[in-house]
Structure formats: C-alpha cells, structure tokens
Design a protein around this ligand. Structure first.
Ligand code: HAM
Length: 431
C-alpha cells in the first residue's frame, strides 16, 4: 500500500480521465472565444481580505471554508475559493476596466474550499468562468446564460434546468431582508442551528437551507421579486423577455439566493438533476457593486462559473463518444483563433439593438464569432471598437435599415459595402 494518500477532498486526475478534461477545457476556450472573452490567469492565492470583503464575512465560504495561512512575513493569505474577486482585483490593478469600456474575461483553474467532501463536492475543484465588466444592460445577463447553455450543449449535456432569480440592489434588498425577518421571526426557533444563525447574520441565506426539517417554513417565504424596486423589476423583466424570446427554458426560483454576498439583480444556476444532491453545474449572476467595493469606480458586472468536476461526471455518464463532444465541430466553426471576432454588429437605437442581439445569437449558435455594443455608444465609437477587434465585417443596423429588414454589411479589408437582408447575413459572410 502507498505510504501517502491524496489529501481528503482532492483527487488525482489520471491519464484515462485527462482526455475528457482536455475536451472540456478546449470546449470552454472555443465557446468563450466565440463570445469575445479573453483568458486571464490570476494567482492561486490572494490576500485573505480580498475574499472577506467581496464574498462576505458571514458567508459559509469565508466563515468556514477558507484555506487561510500566514506566509513567512505573517501576512494572511488564502487559497482562492472562487475567481470573481481575484479577477476584479487583477482587472483593477491592470487598468482593464474603465469607463465606457466593455471588458470580457474568462478563466479556468483550481479553487479551494474546506467543505465536507461528498459526491460532487471536493476541497480542491476546478471552475471555468467568465466575467463581463462595464454594462448594466439586461442583454448581458441574457448573453452569459446563453453562452453557458451553448457550452453545455456543445458538450452534449441534456436534461438541464435553468433556475433564475433577482436579488435586487442596495435600494430594495433591505426591504426584502426586513420582510424575511418578519416572516421567519416566529418560525426560526424551530429551524436548524444554521438558520438560527443566518437569521441574524445573513437572512437571505436561510432560503438556501437544505435541512428537511426547515423546508415547510421555507415554502411560504416571500419572494425577492415581489420586493424589487421599479428599476430592478424592469431589469429582471427585460432579461426574462430576452431569454423567453431566445426560447431558453427556465424557471424563476424564488429561493435562489446564492452563497456569495456580492450578487445584485439577476442570479442563476444551471442544474443537472441526475447528479443528486450536488446538482448545480454552474452558477452566477450580476454583481454591480463589487468593483466599487474593491476600490474601483462604480462598474456594473456579471459572470458565472462552471463546476468542472460535475460536468466531467455528466460527460462520463452521458458517454459522449470522443470526437462527438462538440455538437458544432471545429471544422464547422468559422472562428479561426480564440479571440478572433469575425463580425461586429453596429446598432443604433434600442430597437436596432434588440434585433442586432437576435442576429448575434444566431451567428454564435452557428459558431460564427461576433460582438455587439452593450454601452449605447455612438456609431463612431462602435466602428472604432470593431476596428480594434480586427473584425472582417461590420453589419450596421440603424433606423432606416430596421424598416427595410436589412443592414449594411461592410467588408473591412476593401471597405466595400452592400445591403444584406437580416435572413441572408449568415450565408453572405460564409462566402
Ligand atoms: P459558486 O456557485 O460558488 O459560484 O460556484 C460555481 C460552481 O462551482 C458551482 O455551481 C459548482 O458546480 C462548482 N462548485 C462549487 N463548490 C464546489 C465544490 N466544493 N466541489 C465541486 N464543485 C464545486 C462562484 O464561485 C462564483 N464565483 C461564480 C460567479 C462568477 N459569479 C459571478 N461570476
């Protein structure tokens, strides 16, 4: 017998399995690239305070699960339990985030949480995630969910369910917290010790309790969406409308509060029921206050992370044959290298943007990398971004084009322009 064993809650990934991991990683890179996200790699450990301030001192992650240690100079460091806070830190430190700028980043790597190990829950696990900074547009919320689903679709994962909620903002959340406190006031004494503790420290998290004895009380709890301020409600409705239009199957789950305190407005999780107790294969949402909390200018942001071990389990269970993992094979994909964006959709006005977003979704589904403006910028600024991205084409949709059911396609290399019907765009650029 070997003298040493792998640490509890960790796993060796052996050659038999690494092939599957490589397939997963390359699908992530391909799909994230398709949506114009660039890779960032941050250190495995960070100052402990970074996580305490962002995830929240009363969260389970910070209060119970951190791998915290002192270095030889006595500084408190922590193995990263997640990557959103490190990405914000790095983006701020390297001036990647700025006013009037959309920044899209992705990462793949190990995370560490001192949790009770069980099927689907480890102490060292891996996440692949994306973060987008600079836009509060609900289309961004829809984009990240569509991106996440496209990734899972490429991997051949079936029977997934999208859970959606809105946890509001600093204006409406206190009101919701108060409503929860009133609701649980008489009930909490009969609930578990964690609920009792959360009632005082982090009331929203009571909703996440999995104890059988607490479920009856949770059933009747008020929903966050009923307490949203008009702005948050409109934002949530707009995100839902886009997802509906894009035929995403989702349920609004009023108990989806997530385990990290930085979320505002949209939160979501994608569930694979076949996995049993630990069935969330990804989770994320909007976190409009975090950049400011960590010392930057107010910057809206959103993102999600995929639990890679759980996805690997599904890939193993679903036994997708090698070479067929990707529904959209590399050969069908127009994208050349990661980060090469083929087409930029220039839109002028809200209506044009909605239509442009639909075109964007269609192109990406076909493996054509494309990007759009989420910042409501001028024609000139959008063209400048297209230029910076080095796209082959821009497709311009303004008021006049909208009425005519066509846009102006400009080939960047020759500056040649022609009017192309919305329906014919994909065919035209494939030529
Ligand atoms: P999270 O929900 O804590 O979110 O983690 C995301 C995913 O990582 C989970 O849905 C799950 O699949 C996986 N995961 C979490 N803990 C473990 C574990 N102990 N063992 C195995 N898998 C696990 C975040 O971490 C956020 N940073 C996501 C995000 C990005 N939000 C905005 N941007």
């Amino acid at each position: 017998m070997a003298k040493y064993a792998v640490p509890r809650g960790t796993k060796d990934i052996l050659p038999d399995e690494t092939a599957l991991w490589q397939r997963l990683e390359s699908a992530c890179r391909r799909v994230f690239g398709l949506y114009n996200y660039g890779e960032i790699r941050t250190p495995i450990f960070e100052a402990t305070d970074l996580f305490a301030r962002s995830i929240g001192v009363s969260s389970d992650i910070v209060s119970k699960e951190m791998y915290e240690f002192k270095d030889r100079k006595g500084r408190s460091l922590t193995l990263r339990p997640e990557a959103t806070a490190p990405v914000v830190r790095a983006a701020l430190e390297n001036n990647l985030i700025g006013p009037d700028k959309l920044t899209k980043l992705y990462y793949i790597g190990p995370m560490f949480r001192y949790e009770r190990p069980q099927a689907g829950r480890q102490r060292q696990f891996h996440q692949a995630g994306v973060e987008v900074f600079g836009s509060a547009d609900p289309l961004v919320d829809a984009e990240i969910i569509l991106l996440n689903l496209q990734l899972f679709q490429e991997l051949g994962l079936n029977d997934l369910s999208v859970n959606l909620n809105s946890v509001g903002c600093s204006v409406c959340r206190p009101d919701y917290r108060q409503k929860l406190k009133e609701y649980f006031h008489d009930k909490v004494k009969k609930m578990c010790a964690d609920c009792l503790n959360r009632y005082e420290t982090n009331t929203l998290r009571i909703l996440d309790c999995k104890e059988a004895g607490c479920q009856a009380a949770l059933e009747g709890a008020p929903a966050a969406v009923a307490s949203l301020c008009p702005e948050c409600l409109a934002h949530f409705q707009a995100a839902i409308k886009t997802l509906d239009y894009q035929q995403v199957n989702f349920v609004v789950n009023k108990r989806l509060v997530r385990g990290l305190d930085y979320y505002t407005r949209t939160t979501f999780e994608i569930i694979a029921p076949s996995l049993g107790a630990q069935n969330a294969i990804s989770g994320g949402g909007r976190y409009d206050g975090l950049v400011e909390t960590l010392g930057g200018k107010p910057t809206p942001a959103a993102g999600f992370a995929v639990g890679m071990e759980r996805v690997i389990t599904l890939m193993t269970n679903d036994a997708v044959p090698a070479g067929q993992t990707a529904r959209m094979g590399r050969q069908e994909c127009l994208m050349t290298n990661e980060g090469d964006i083929i087409l930029y959709l220039v839109t002028l006005g809200e209506e044009a943007k909605k239509l442009g977003f639909d075109q964007l979704v269609k192109l990406r589904k076909k493996g054509i990398s494309a990007e759009i403006d989420y910042l409501g910028r001028s024609l000139k600024a959008q063209l400048k971004t297209a230029d910076r991205l080095g796209v082959k084409y821009v497709y311009i949709i303004g008021e006049a084009e909208l009425k005519q059911g066509q846009g102006i396609l400009k080939k960047m290399a020759t500056a040649e322009q022609k009017e192309i019907k919305f329906d014919s765009l994909e065919e035209e650029i494939k030529l």
